[in-house]
Design a binder for this molecule. Structure first.
Ligand code: FAD
Ligand code: 2HG
Ligand code: ZN
Length: 473
């Protein structure tokens, strides 16, 4: 591609166009440092009209386009391949909150808005935008939607898919679809927004979204509970759901090995218990009534859990600061893993909640038998049946040679176990470039063919994030 051709783009849109290697470098490697690509340029449009201009230019020149938000994705979906022919479209400058309607409980934000800023804007309007995850200080609304992000409150509020009422999208031929409806009921045909949510940028560029807001809870209760096993954690989940009903907003599982790993790399993030335990649950309720009501309901739950022998020890946060302290342990887990000798073998899986405990028991035994010394780091969103079932190199060994030698065999073992219980090989992180083959292997031929037909209909030239999500594009 000659500079002259890029100049034709430069002259037509008002955003920023980065071409110097130092400027484009941060956009070319993913968060886990597994994938590094090359690019023609990074375009940072300011408006939806400018996004459309870039997409039309790419369509005319047959140039592949890779949408990128905060680049915090776990599957390499937001970085280009090594060919250097693709243009990266960064949404960083599409960062305006267009409207908040407290009575309708909706907020309309542009795709590049950082999730934490949207949460804050909702809070300033005395509302809650409930999507919450460890990367919320860097990830964007567009990236959340394109990957249908989950996070720690899915149990109560659903995935990003359930939090979206309307979308604005630039289609692969550069048309703008204004689907920014703020309606909770709309039965007028195919629900097109759902096609773009979770499509990982393969069907178009999301430029704005109308999101659901909720009343802010009157009180929040957080506790860290020590339990003997995942079976005990499931008993606690059942009890918590019975006692707290819809006020139970988070239920996270962490193994003792995970807790020790975080404490090793972040010494101020440790469980407030005198002794170590095999498993931990971080649970939270969000009560609509009052502090007193929340304290009583939560206290009674923990009392029953102790009396039934489900919980061995527990720390209930007495202040917002203590609650944040408990969450800090949980949210430092992804970083602690990468500080532990490099990126490990990750499996973001979901299985029926009822089979989780047996799954962990059997699969961990199989892994250790086949790969002596391998360290299973199991944690995740137990209330959603979503485990981060990660496997690290034996203690003292760097991750890279272990992943290279054993990664494929370990993953095959895990995914076969997932498949046996009709689980999913990607619960919330998506497919990106990491799991394209695995996804095609485990999905039925009929399902893959339907997805290919949709891709072909919307993006016949295969220019939108090619090689991601679907094979052969
Ligand atoms: P990016 O990484 O930039 O992009 C992700 C995908 O979306 C790519 O395929 C990209 O091409 C596409 N895309 C981005 N913007 C657009 C757009 N405007 N239009 C079309 N396509 C677009 N995920 C969870 O689900 N739950 C978690 O609990 C969770 N925790 C995390 C914790 C940490 C510390 C980190 C680093 C990541 C975590 N993630 C989690 C992974 C990640 O999915 C989320 O961080 C987030 O949803 C990605 O948003 P992003 O803006 O960074 O997207
Ligand atoms: C989380 O829940 C993220 O913290 C990342 O989804 C999980 O590091 C991981 O595997
Ligand atoms: Zn997660």
């Amino acid at each position: 591609m000659s500079d002259g051709t890029l100049d034709s783009l430069r002259g037509r849109f008002c955003g920023r166009l980065l071409t110097a290697p130092d400027d484009t470098a941060p956009f070319l490697t993913d968060w886990r440092r597994n994938f590094t690509g090359r690019t023609l340029a990074v375009a940072q449009p300011d408006t939806t009209a400018d996004v459309a201009e870039v997409v039309r230019w790419c369509a005319a020149q047959r140039i592949p386009l890779v949408p990128q938000g905060g680049n915090t994705g776990m599957v390499g979906g937001a970085v280009p391949d090594s060919g250097g022919h693709a243009l990266v479209l960064s949404t960083a400058r599409l960062n305006r909150i267009r409207e908040i309607d407290p009575l309708n409980n909706t907020l309309t934000a542009e795709a590049g808005c950082i999730l934490a800023n949207v949460q804050q804007a909702a809070q300033q309007a005395d509302r809650l935008y409930p999507l919450s995850l460890g990367a919320e200080g860097s990830c964007t609304i567009g990236g959340n939607l394109a990957s249908n992000a989950g996070g720690v409150q899915v149990l109560r509020y659903g995935n990003t898919r359930e939090l979206c009422l309307g979308l604005e999208v630039v289609t692969p031929d550069g048309e703008v679809w204004d689907g920014l409806r703020a309606l909770r009921k709309d039965n007028t045909g195919y629900d097109l927004k759902q096609l773009f949510i979770g499509a990982e940028g393969t069907l178009g560029v999301i430029t704005a979204a109308t999101l659901k807001l909720y009343p802010r809870p009157a009180a929040r209760m957080t506790a860290l509970a020590a339990v003997a096993s995942p079976h005990a954690a499931l008993r606690l989940l059942e009890l918590a759901q019975r006692r707290l009903a819809a006020t139970l907003t988070a239920f996270e599982l962490m193994s003792g090995a995970c807790m020790a790993l975080v404490a090793r790399h972040f010494p101020d993030c440790r469980a407030p218990f005198e002794q170590d335990h095999a498993w931990y649950v971080l649970l939270e309720s969000s009560d609509p009534h009052s502090e007193a009501h929340a304290t009583q309901a939560f206290g009674e739950l923990m009392e029953e859990a102790f009396e039934a022998g489900i919980v061995a020890d527990a720390a209930i946060a007495a202040s917002l600061a203590q609650s944040d302290g408990l969450w800090r342990i949980r949210h430092h887990l992804p970083e602690a893993q990468s500080l532990d000798g490099g990126d490990n073998i990750k499996h973001d899986i979901s299985v029926p909640i009822s089979s989780i405990a047996t799954f962990i028991e059997r699969t961990s035994a199989d892994i250790v038998a086949a790969h002596p010394g391998a360290r299973v780091l199991a944690f995740g969103h137990l209330g959603d049946g979503n485990l981060h079932y990660n496997v690290s190199a034996p203690a003292g060994m760097p991750q890279a040679p272990f992943v290279q030698a054993s990664g494929a065999a370990v993953s095959a073992l895990v995914y076969e176990a997932v498949d046996r219980v009709r689980g999913s090989i990607s619960a919330e992180h998506g497919i990106g470039q990491l799991k394209v083959e695995k996804n095609a292997h485990y999905k039925s031929a009929v399902e893959m063919a339907l997805m290919q037909k949709i891709k072909q209909a919307l993006d016949p030239h295969g220019l939108m994030n090619p090689g991601r999500l679907l094979p052969g594009h």
